[in-house]
Design a protein around this ligand. Structure first.
Ligand code: PLP
Length: 483
């Protein structure tokens, strides 16, 4: 049955324009769904016009803070830039309308993109092979550790421990535990680097791997990787790099050259894919030649310019994700890499280093800097000095919201008391760095002269300070429908 949209007679007008025919499906939903599952009354949906809906969401988006609105200095979270062109490329029909079970002849373009993306990540990291399957940094960690486990199993040596510095991100020990190993904490020295003496005393034939973040979470480059790699490899263990901070190294340093065997990448931290609100992420894992055969399947293979999913990883750990990973995210990251090229990527890292160090130079008179070594892409201050006036780092963070900027990452890394971890990234202008520095300097002054003001903050935001402990303990997520 097909019906034609009919207006009053003569609605086609003198011009001869025709409204297109509209096909109405023969069976309606009511015929297909058993009666007992159908509503008796219409849903109480708000009756609103399109402009009202648009205004509603635009206003909601303005209540929240986001990268499209103002400065966002969260350390360890990196990406502040989501190029709009990424959305265009990932929306191309050939990418967005694909079905994962489509015949390979019809998905050559998508497979070429996956293949080249893995190649680029190999080139950037100096490693031999990459899987694009994992869906987050933490998922990459687990995948990397499963590969390490499979490697030791293959060699017939079941090992027990993974060494992790005390400055590491919490996902490191969590991934180690989930993968069936036990985490062992390694001290950082006064310079903020891995304490090699502590490594020596804890490294033995039961050590499966060492997990190092480089630059570490203080933003400091770990300079002893050659020695560390030798120690770890001599003990028959493997060296894992948490690559969350890779945006400091692009085109400057390759983890593979430093002796790392496994590295995870966070596409949402280094390659401009959206970060926040919990995802979606992508955490590809790269490995050295030694571990190539253990990578997950499927992966894309190229033979005579034809792409297929038939790769022959003899000792594969299997699948770690549905299909081929977070494809739309990989398209975005690929766009970013192609847009910048090798030289452009190097400029990204240089810009990130310069911006972080410039911002630090503006702030270090006003806040304590616990580790003095020149940082790379981010730096960690302490609110200890302000604490003397009874102000906590949390109060400083809340006060920043009153000035229209997002707070930095606070209370991480754990080895810095009252930590403020700041990462501006390369996309910020000199003026916006200076504006932010002025806000932080002003707040330092307020902490001294009017500490009560900070404890009340924020006062200009749509929502005042929340009782976070109470909210976490008595979580009550509810949709309030207003009549
Ligand atoms: C963000 C981060 C992780 C975890 O990555 P996700 O993509 O958030 O799972 C691990 N290590 C470091 C150092 C990080 O900054």
């Amino acid at each position: 049955m097909s019906s034609k949209l009919i207006f009053e007679s003569g609605s086609e007008g003198q011009s001869g324009c025709h409204l297109p025919d509209i096909d109405v499906p023969e069976k309606t939903i009511n015929d297909l769904i058993p009666q007992k599952y159908l509503r008796n009354n219409a849903a109480r949906l708000p009756e609103v016009s399109e402009p009202e809906v648009v205004r509603h969401f635009v206003n909601l988006s303005a209540l929240n803070h986001h990268v499209d609105k103002s400065f966002y200095p969260l350390g360890s979270c990196t990406m502040k830039y989501n190029p709009k062109i990424n959305e265009e490329t990932q929306g191309l029909k050939g990418f967005s309308a694909l079905h994962p079970h489509q015949l390979e002849e019809t998905t050559q373009g998508a497979m070429q993109l996956l293949y080249e993306m893995a190649e680029y990540l190999c080139e950037i990291s100096g490693l031999s092979a990459v899987t694009l399957q994992p869906s987050a940094g933490a998922h990459g960690e687990l995948t990397g550790l499963m590969i390490i486990r499979a490697y030791h199993d293959f060699k017939g040596t079941r090992r027990k421990f993974v060494l992790i510095p005390d400055s590491a991100h919490g996902t490191n020990p969590a991934s180690v535990t989930i993968s069936g190993y036990e985490p062992v904490k390694i001290r950082s020295n006064e310079a903020g680097l891995v304490d090699l003496e502590d490594v020596k005393s804890k490294l033995n034939e039961d050590t499966a791997a060492f997990m190092l973040t480089n630059p570490n979470t203080l933003g400091i480059f770990e300079t002893q990787t050659a020695e560390l790699a030798k120690m770890i490899h001599d003990a028959g263990a493997l060296l894992y790099m948490d690559g969350a901070n890779l945006n400091a190294l692009l085109g400057l340093v390759r983890p593979g050259d430093l002796g790392f065997d496994v590295v995870h990448f966070n596409l949402h931290k280094t390659f401009s894919t959206p970060h926040g609100g919990g995802g979606p992420g992508s955490g590809p894992v790269g490995v050295s030649a030694l571990l190539k055969d253990f990578l997950p399947i499927p992966c894309v293979k190229k033979e005579n310019d034809i792409y297929s999913l038939l790769c022959d990883n003899k000792n594969t750990i299997g699948k770690v994700s549905s299909f081929y990973g977070n494809f739309g995210i990989i398209v975005r990251a690929y766009t970013y890499i192609r847009m910048l090229g090798g030289k452009g990527l190097r400029e990204v890292s240089k810009g990130a280093l310069i911006n972080a160090n410039y911002l630090l130079s503006l702030l270090k008179e006003h806040y304590e800097l616990p580790y003095k070594k020149t940082p790379m892409h981010e730096f960690v201050l302490s609110g200890n000095r302000q604490k003397e006036y009874g102000v906590k780092t949390l109060d400083i963070a809340k006060r920043m919201l009153d000035y229209g900027v997002h707070a930095p990452t606070v209370y991480f890394p754990l080895i810095v008391s009252e930590a403020l971890m700041i990462e501006p990234t390369e996309t910020e202008s000199k003026a916006s760095l200076e504006d932010f520095a002025n806000i932080m300097i002003k707040i330092a002054g307020e902490a001294e002269k009017n500490p009560e003001l900070l404890k009340e903050a924020p006062v200009t935001t749509p929502v005042a300070r929340l009782n976070e402990a109470l909210a976490a303990r008595n979580l009550n997520v509810r949709f309030n429908f207003q009549d």
